[in-house]
Design a protein around this ligand. Structure first.
Ligand code: G3P
Length: 219
């Protein structure tokens, strides 16, 4: 399973990259705003800076919501760097634009997906990635992980190659469950990825090993 980091924070992207586990980056307009990145030129330069850190795909989201504007904005984003994936919302013009981008060999990530039917449409349009938002479903008392399971079943039934990119991942067990269900990718904040490291028995065991080593060395 690929690990993407879900942030526009350059130092966190670098930290995940340096850990050796980073396969790509996802951003969205909220994450860009959180880093204080505003204005066309700054946004473009920031995407380029992200692409220089990672070796993997970098999702850059369009703001446009009509077909012609999505195509214009998406083509401009795709030209920025070979690693850019055009992130397009799950709306009618978005699906149409994904089909167009696919025909032009431009990679896409269909975002804001909350149902299996939406994921089926994204796959039919040829999206490279589909982003089901599992945490936001959990937030409204709907099981986000069931959606991952349903999409996996549907894609396997028909051999769709669209990669399931589990998004809105809130805790480390989401990552483990997504791996069990066969998601192709998870995108998560750095803290959630780093949370996979933690186990009290590891910490206690290491402390004991180091203490025993020091005791033996002192003899
Ligand atoms: O990748 C989508 C993600 O950024 C949404 O996460 O936590 O805002 O629901 P969240």
């Amino acid at each position: 399973m690929k690990f993407f980091i879900d942030t526009a924070n350059l130092s966190q992207i670098k930290e995940a990259h340096d850990m050796g586990v980073l396969d790509g980056v996802t951003t969205n307009p909220s994450l860009m705003a959180k880093e204080g990145i505003t204005g066309h030129d700054n946004i473009i330069n920031h995407y380029k800076a992200i692409c220089e850190i990672t070796d993997g795909d970098v999702s850059a989201e369009v703001i446009a919501t009509t077909f012609d504007e999505i195509v214009t904005e998406g083509e401009a984003l795709a030209k920025l760097h070979k690693r850019i994936v055009v992130k397009v919302p799950m709306i009618k013009d978005g699906v149409k634009a994904i089909k167009y981008f696919t025909s032009k060999g431009i990679k896409t990530n269909c975002t804001l997906v909350f149902s299996a039917g939406q994921a089926l449409l994204a796959a039919k349009a040829g999206a490279t990635y589909v982003s089901p938002f599992i945490g936001r479903l959990d937030d409204i008392s709907t099981d986000g992980l069931t959606l991952i399971e349903d999409i996996r079943t549907i894609y396997d039934n028909y051999g769709y190659t669209t990669q399931i990119l589990a998004a809105s991942v809130r805790h480390s067990m989401h990552i483990v469950e997504c791996a069990k269900l066969g998601a192709d990718v998870v995108t998560a904040p750095l803290s959630v990825i780093a949370g996979l490291l933690k186990h009290p028995l590891t910490d206690n065991g290491l402390a004991q090993f180091l203490a025993d080593y020091a005791k033996a060395a002192a003899k």
